[in-house]
Design a protein around this ligand. Structure first.
Ligand code: ZN
Length: 244
């Protein structure tokens, strides 16, 4: 499978950038994981919105879902223009019924609930879930495809269950909202040491730091994480692409 980072800023998009959005492609299937602010604009450098096959959402904070509405408009308009645009499945949890209801729009998109206790099949991907430690219900995803594993932590503070959940992942796409001296427990986010410790404890192949802060020198996050994890560490970047 191939991972392409569309947006990676935490909370809101930086100037001319996007917040959370990750494109996973395998066997010609295009899955968008989270769809934050700026993602629809940036995605079009890689893929037409009408060519997406499915979307899956970790939770309903705006920096992860803000562009769902405009994605729906894009597919509606392309349909008006005569393109054959099938109904797009958008997978989300059902623990916020008001937000879940917005995932269904005419025949353009259909909200489908995932049961976090079950493995979900989406195209060629098998996805399992872990409830994260965040102010609203949020789910991390372990995504398997073609014999490879990507773990996306979504938004969370560190919790021990992440170690077994992430075990042996080829890529750990780990939120890193905070610098090492900051404690994320009360705000539901991880710092650079948490991310490095998780990658080491779970014996991950490589660590990608994402959901990055708007302040400080983000290169320091990588330096700090490397004190805990000696494998490959990358800072998320726009259109960074990783084959696994
Ligand atoms: Zn969040």
């Amino acid at each position: 499978m191939k991972l392409t980072i569309i947006g990676f800023w935490g909370g809101y998009p930086k100037q001319n950038s996007a917040s959370s959005g990750y494109l996973l492609a395998h066997e010609d299937f295009q899955l968008l994981v989270d769809c934050g602010s700026g993602v629809l604009s940036k995605l079009q450098n890689i893929l037409k919105p009408e060519d997406l096959d499915a979307v899956i959402l970790s939770h309903y904070h705006p920096d992860h879902i803000a562009d769902i509405g405009v994605l729906q408009h894009a597919r509606l308009i392309q349909g008006f223009l005569g393109k054959n645009v099938p109904t797009l499945p958008i997978y989300g949890h059902q623990f916020n019924r008001k937000e879940f209801a917005k995932l269904t729009y005419k025949k353009i998109t259909k909200g489908l609930k995932y049961d976090p206790n079950q493995v979900l099949s989406v195209g060629p991907f098998q996805i399992s879930f872990l409830k994260t430690d965040h102010p609203v219900p949020c789910y991390a995803m372990r995504i398997e495809g073609g014999g490879k594993v990507l773990v996306y932590t979504a938004d969370t503070s560190f919790k021990e269950e992440f170690i077994s959940f992430s075990h042996g992942a080829d890529v750990l796409l780990c939120e890193c909202s905070l610098y090492g001296h900051q404690n994320g427990k009360s705000v539901g986010h991880m710092n650079s040491f948490d991310a490095g410790r998780l990658a080491r404890s779970a014996a991950c192949g490589q660590l990608i730091l994402t959901h990055l802060p708007h302040y400080g020198n983000i290169a320091d996050l990588k330096t700090e994480a490397s004190r805990k994890f000696t494998g490959i560490i990358k800072l998320a970047d726009e259109f960074l692409s990783i084959s696994l």
